[in-house]
Design a protein around this ligand. Sequence first.
Ligand code: MG
Length: 225
Amino acid sequence: MSVEKVQIVEKILDANDQMALENQQVFDQEGILAINIMASPGAGKTSLILRTIEGLSPQYKIAVIEGDTAPVTIDADKVNARGIPVTQINTGGDCHLDALMVRKGMQSLNLKGIDLVIIENVGNLVCPAAFKLGSHNNVVVASIPEGDDKPYKYPNIYRGIQCLVLNKTDLLPYVDFNLDYFKQGIRMLNPTADILPLSSKTGEGMDAWLAWLRARIGEKKHAAK
Ligand code: MG
């Protein structure tokens, strides 16, 4: 890349970081916890979100921002069917959300009284890592059928996260997946992220994930008082 191109990319990222910070301030003022969920396509982001809604509402008020590369509302419709406010962002082919897109999503939702905003990023293990959105916590959903070598192949996405959900543990008996090798790969990149194996199909392990969220929602509400 030429020097000018590098400078342009740096400027775009700086502007994005600034907007992400402003988004976070809005969430903070409202006492909302915002989480950014990243994963490859098919890891089970939407299924996890639906299970999370089941587990946390109506105790907590949840809103969802759905990122998709095309104007299909399959995921948003599923969330909407649960009676949860949802807004769909069509990235127009872009492989990630950015802070401006999330800002627009926030503006189209009524955030008053909301406790948790879940942002479902575009299914991709590369691009979303570079763009801050204003979320307090970044989560990667990995899944058993994707294989145990993903941390070694896509290192950047695992570096800035606070939680790694390892989904589809119900498939462990049928797939060669070395859990220790996978965890080692994560630990090499990120010594502190919580690693939570679960199955959003059977519900096994969901309690730990819901407790992880409840603790953070509680902290945000407390700080906003
Ligand atoms: Mg989805």
